[in-house]
Design a protein around this ligand. Sequence first.
Ligand SMILES: *Cc1c(COP(=O)(O)O)cnc(C)c1O
Length: 376
Amino acid sequence: MTDCKNEIINSVLNKTPTREAMKANCTWPGLIKAYKEWLPVNKETPIVTLQEGATPLIELKAIEAIIGNGVKVHAKYDGLNPTGSFKDRGMTLAISKAKEEKCEAVICASTGNTSASAAAYARRAGMRAFVVIPDGYVAQGKLAQALVYGAEVLAIRGNFDRALDIVQEIANKYPVTLVNSVNPFRLHGQKTAAFEIIESLGEAPDWLCIPMGNAGNISAYWMGFNEYFQARKSTKLPQMMGFQARGSAPLVFNKTIKDPKTIATAIRIGNPVNKEKAFIAKEKSNGSFLDVTDEEIVNAYKLLGKEEGIFCEPASAASVAGLLKRKEEIPSNATIVCVLTGNGLKDPDCAIKNNDAAFYSDLDPDINKIANIMGL
Ligand SMILES: *Cc1c(COP(=O)(O)O)cnc(C)c1O
């Protein structure tokens, strides 16, 4: 299937699709089929897919200009997955395996994106999807998705960490499968993003910058980079640079945060379940963790929107905010990938409150007046 992907890339570069590509009806089949030899699946595994994966790696010219020094910066824009976040990479596998095991219902705790993704894939597989969310702390778009995808939504008075305790207990007691990132299949699905980065660059980057909430994704990337390195598909491993919001940074300060606070609700997590794995990734990769303020997150968020044309979630912008904060430490000519974990459309409230746009309202529908405002 990698050949299939190359076929498409080649046909796009050559402008005219090759007859072979057209004949083979060569569309991306989703990441389980594309990477099956790297994933814990067999012939009997029913594949539940929305053709997730194969997201673009986009060069960030404005960020490169700020950093200078010959540094190349790319965004792995995983907000372009079917439900708008990287969670789909893990969910296609977690739900396929749950289906293989004849499970009829799944459950997750969620700051929003896991619930959207779990609902979409579980319902597609004909399962019930229970999602437990912190009431009032899930972005509008994500809640809308869970509802439209047919989840059964349980909003609790309490934060994500409490919601996770509850779903873990329920999954232990009752016949429902837990699809949070404690589910090992989630991480196997998510590691494919590292494969795609190496395939696009022809090599691993020097740094991988990534936001951390429950720290499943950084652990998954580290697994993916290691597997491709061991298979000699890259000659080096990246340094894993993890970032958290200052008010919600248990991995940076190495302590549980009782009442995490940040505008970046997707990473508003005080007690990450994958913390051991994340610390291993940091140590083995000679990487480093750092906190960024909400203000720094919002600045990066706005910069990505208005200078790069990329609308991501505030949580995703933490990776770019962190990179800019580490500007002085970046080796010259380094290649860097920032993971943009989710789509900006998920959190319209944040967008409307945080932008520098000129917005003139209540105008008379009069050409001269409008031209005047336009400065013409
Ligand atoms: C889930 C999520 C994260 C955090 O990922 P973890 O695996 O929990 O560390 C970051 N950004 C977005 C948009 C997310 O949905």
